[in-house]
Design a protein around this ligand. Structure first.
Ligand SMILES: Nc1ncnc2c1ncn2[C@@H]1O[C@H](COP(=O)(O)OP(=O)(O)OP(=O)(O)O)[C@@H](O)[C@H]1O
Ligand SMILES: [Mg+2]
Length: 385
């Protein structure tokens, strides 16, 4: 299965997976590949490793779109551009309020409200939610042919997929109307029963100023509810579009395979478009075992002619041990990867691809290109078989 046509017809790739498996690396490598093939590409990264951010020049740009210089790369097709941005969750949330506020006055009041500032800090902390908001903004601009979304390592994978709904749920009309009715009648002095007790207690615990801020905040937010709900639906539509592809990245470790498995079940359950599975950092080994003495013994003895014979023998023995270790690791990696693949074969569409563990960290354009080659220049297995 050739992944090049798959990438050509995709407009948004979302990379999800456990912490540290290589989501940011994979997202950047896919984006670079898109740019090399002549597409105007944007990768939205979250906390990239410092060395990678440095070498891409992202450090100087912060959360603004930064164009990555590809002039040193050979074979960039005409039109190919690589842009990158790091997520700034806080300013994304403020921008969201700017967009949905019905008037300048309401917007300014909300942005200055203490309760909003507190809530914004809480929501800005959920980078997954903010990333989905930001990518929707970038997609709506329509200036890029391909978008690649990196995601943060979330402990509960559900958070990422459900996060766009969190605000809407938080602003659920029933909660709002209860509070609004309560705060209105508390001002008019016509409150009975539970509401009266609750408002009295809230006032005692948090102070009158806080209750006033909270009431004002809810009153202002009342007008935003519809805007949020509409936007939430649009964000969901974007994630469900057939030109969007979710890719789950894992490493050959039981825990990250479990997380990948969880994501795959979620794709299935939520009818999200599944692109495939990438098993990253697989120990590369042809699968053949070699006898070190018969492969290297003669060479070692002739090269080490002036050394005591025991030295050559010891070097060969150590290399043999290292090879056996690598072989064992590679076999274990393949067994884990095969287990994951067989669990989803025939259940989900998409590809299954392995990317070898590189000698060094993947921290610059040439090494990202290497990862891209491993992904796109060798056939992947289809999940459908
Ligand atoms: N195929 C690979 N070979 C060698 N090193 C790799 C490979 N893929 C990723 N790495 C290295 O592994 C480290 C983690 O990668 P990366 O930052 O992409 O993971 P992540 O899943 O985004 O992590 P986090 O969950 O913390 O965001 C980095 O130092 C990266 O250079
Ligand atoms: Mg990352």
């Amino acid at each position: 299965m050739d992944l090049n046509p798959w990438l050509d017809r995709t407009k948004l790739v979302v990379c999800v997976g456990a912490g540290g498996v290589g989501k940011t690396t994979t997202a950047a490598a896919i984006a670079l590949r898109g740019a090399l093939s002549g597409r105007r590409t944007m990768v939205l990264t979250i906390d990239p490793a410092r060395r990678l951010a440095n070498s891409l020049g992202l450090d100087q740009f912060g959360n603004r779109e930064a164009r990555i210089d590809l002039s040193g790369m050979e074979g960039v097709k005409p039109g190919g551009e690589l842009w990158a941005m790091m997520l700034d969750a806080r300013s994304t949330f403020d921008a969201l309020i700017h967009r949905v506020a019905p008037s300048d006055e309401v917007r300014e009041r909300i942005l200055a409200n203490h309760v909003y500032r507190h809530m914004a800090d809480t929501f800005a902390g959920s980078q997954d939610y903010m990333a989905s908001e930001k990518i929707y903004d970038v997609a709506a601009l329509g200036t890029y042919d391909l978008l690649v979304l990196d995601t943060p390592p979330v402990k509960n994978a559900l958070d990422f997929l459900e996060s766009p709904g969190r605000l809407v749920n938080f602003l659920d009309e029933r909660v709002l109307s209860w509070f609004l009715d309560g705060s209105r009648s508390s001002r008019g002095g016509m409150m009975f029963g539970t509401s009266k007790v609750v408002f009295y207690l809230l006032g005692r615990v948090f102070g009158e100023q806080f209750i006033d801020d909270l009431s004002q905040f809810f009153r202002d937010f009342e007008g935003l509810y519809e805007g949020f709900r509409k936007r939430h639906q649009e964000v969901l539509d974007m994630f469900r579009a057939p030109t969007t592809q979710f890719v789950t990245v894992c490493a050959p470790s039981e825990s990250s395979v479990d997380v990948a498995s969880f994501f795959l079940s979620e794709f299935e359950r939520r009818a999200l478009p599944c692109g495939g599975i990438i098993v990253n950092q697989v120990h590369a080994c042809s699968g053949q075992t070699h006898d070190a003495e018969s492969v290297l013994g003669a060479t070692a003895r002739s090269l080490g002619g002036d050394l005591p014979p025991a030295v050559a023998a010891s070097v060969v023995a150590r290399l043999g041990m290292a090879h056996r270790r690598l072989h064992t690791l590679a076999m274990a990696d393949h067994a884990l990867a095969r287990g994951l693949k067989s669990r989803y074969s025939g259940r989900l569409p998409g590809f299954f691809q392995e990317v070898p563990r590189m000698e060094d960290e993947v921290h610059d354009l040439p090494s990202l290109r290497e990862v891209g080659r491993a992904l796109f220049d060798q056939d992947a297995a289809p999940l459908s078989s």
